[in-house]
Design a protein around this ligand. Structure first.
Ligand code: G3P
Length: 516
């Protein structure tokens, strides 16, 4: 009580000279849960200087040693899964089991990045000059990947650990230093994750985590001359950052309005299961295989994240009351099958449990009161404009009961805006072109999905959809984490996924040997 979590700089946990702190409100109790330091600009400057110095040495540390330290951090992270998950429950109301999954997934991501890094970065290119017209074989070009310098990582509240390590691990394996600015909600979980890297023994100053008010250090960090790359995941703050940042590589994952296009020939049970899974949550589909033993099995949906035998377990996908950029955010369904599908979806929605994250409910409170108010505004706008409510709208504090809105029309805000909560609009269409048109008229272009048994049609629609990824017969999802992940239009800049992030955080350096 009253303790203010320290920030991490120069290999130590420190108290800010500001004497100020930032409160983290528990979304469930709506009372202050934790406090973190409000760092000053001067402290940010020191972190940047230390990062620059540490990076030079780190870049010369053999790649296999960098990988070894990341493997160590991954193992420590997994050992610390329970306390970190407890923070996620209290800071962002992530259901307890999903909070553990996030940490374990993060450990796997760090290990995979270390493995991938030694291969991707261990290879260079050799070119000879006489393949280009007019040249003799008189020049040999050797090129390899070098680090960018200092990478600034800004993850969002919905995955404060996983979307932090998806930036930290590629940055470090590639030889960069890393400065983390965690989201306020989720900051303590992120600091605990950083402690795992500290315990692994990374050099002083190479990794730091600064907390504080966006108004005080937000722009200061993103416009800091010491930053050589920004990897950001979040809302439209990313657009502002991209306008202000200097001439440095940016990796941005912003919002999404992921469309789910349903054709008449689709497997309607599969569609209903994926609408519920993608739009809201996922009900006790826990099948954990630990060291070969089947521990818990439920028969609802079948959607798996399978890991290699080395990890010895399987994890279900994580869903967080619609608070994912990859959640299904609009259903575009052929009118002729809409009634049947909606009935199936309603039946599944009725089984979703609603309540506190500690009880592993499927639907838990959304992250802040202002998020809940925003969602409510979208719902009320749809109500005024005549949407059909498939359930009654119900809210208690930040907890919003799952809601399906039918007969949504393009003049309603919810047809275009992302609620980032458990509310899903259905727009009925009479031909597939209407669906594609709605999807492409969005400012966003993250992911989308198509349900049909006709693979040729699916491919044609996928080609026509202006999104970074299209899933055929499944709800959108970022993972597995080594898949490329990118958004078009206002959904982002660049591509993520482990290999793409490693490449993005490097630059090509060439040395040309000129033969006599
Ligand atoms: O909301 C951010 C995003 O990256 C979602 O990830 O794994 O839930 O598809 P995931």
């Amino acid at each position: 009580d009253g303790e203010v979590y320290k920030y991490y700089a120069d290999g130590e946990w420190k108290t800010s000279a500001s004497g100020k702190s930032v409160s983290i409100i528990n979304p469930t109790t709506r009372k202050p849960q934790f406090k973190v330091q409000a760092c000053t600009q001067e402290e940010v400057n020191k972190v940047m200087e230390a990062a620059k110095v540490a990076q030079k040495l780190w870049a010369r540390t053999p790649l296999w040693k960098r990988a070894e330290l990341l493997h160590k951090a991954a193992a420590i992270l997994k050992e610390h899964k329970s306390p970190i998950a407890e923070c996620l429950v209290k800071e962002i109301a992530k259901p307890a089991r999903d909070a553990v999954t996030e940490v374990v997934r993060s450990g796997d991501l760090v290990s995979y990045t270390a493995e991938e890094g030694v291969r991707v970065l261990g290879e260079g290119k050799f070119l000879v000059s006489d393949s280009f017209p007019g040249n003799e074989r008189s020049k040999y070009c050797l090129s390899s990947k070098i680090p960018l310098g200092v990478v600034l990582a800004i993850p969002p509240f919905n995955y404060p650990v996983n979307l932090a390590v998806s930036k930290i691990a590629p940055a470090l394996i590639a030889g960069n230093a890393l400065v983390l600015k965690p989201p306020t909600q989720g900051a303590v979980a992120a600091l605990h994750m950083i402690h795992c890297f500290h315990l692994a023994g990374f050099p002083k100053g190479l990794i730091s985590a600064v907390t504080g008010k966006g108004s005080e250090i937000g722009d200061f960090l993103t416009m800091h001359p010491g930053v050589n790359c920004i990897s950001f995941t979040g809302g439209d703050t990313g657009i502002a950052i991209s306008k202000k940042a200097g001439m440095i590589p940016l990796q941005m994952e912003l919002g999404g309005k992921d469309a789910c296009i349903v054709l008449e020939d689709a497997d309607l049970d599969l569609v209903a299961a994926n609408i519920v899974k993608g739009g809201y949550s996922y009900r006790s589909i826990l099948i954990f295989i630990s060291c070969g033993n089947l521990e818990e099995v439920s028969t609802d949906f079948i959607c798996w994240r399978l890991y290699s035998a080395r990890f010895k377990f399987c994890l279900p996908f994580v869903h967080h009351s619609g608070q994912r950029c990859t959640a299904v955010k609009v259903v575009l369904i052929m009118d002729s099958i809409a009634d049947v599908v909606i009935e199936k979806v309603k039946a599944k929605m009725a089984k979703l449990t609603v309540g506190p994250p500690e009880e592993n409910c499927d639907i838990t409170p959304v992250v802040t009161e202002s998020s809940a108010n925003f969602i409510e505004d979208l719902v009320m706008d749809a109500k005024e404009k005549g949407a059909t409510f498939c359930q009654e709208y119900h809210r208690e504090g930040n907890l919003i009961w799952p809601l399906l809105l039918d007969h949504v029309r393009p003049d309603m805000r919810i047809a275009w805006e992302e609620p980032f909560g458990p509310v899903l609009p259905v727009i009925r269409i009479t031909n597939v072109e209407e669906g594609i048109h709605h999807c492409n008229a969005s400012n966003f272009g993250l992911q989308g999905c198509i349900f049909t048994r006709d693979i040729n049609k699916a491919i044609m629609i996928s080609d026509a959809m202006e999104t970074g990824t299209v899933q055929i017969n499944s709800a959108p999802a970022r993972g597995p984490d080594h898949f490329p992940f990118q958004g078009l239009k206002e959904s982002g800049i660049g591509s993520q996924g482990i290999t793409n992030s490693i490449n993005m955080m490097t630059k090509i350096k060439s040395t040309v040997i000129n033969l006599p």
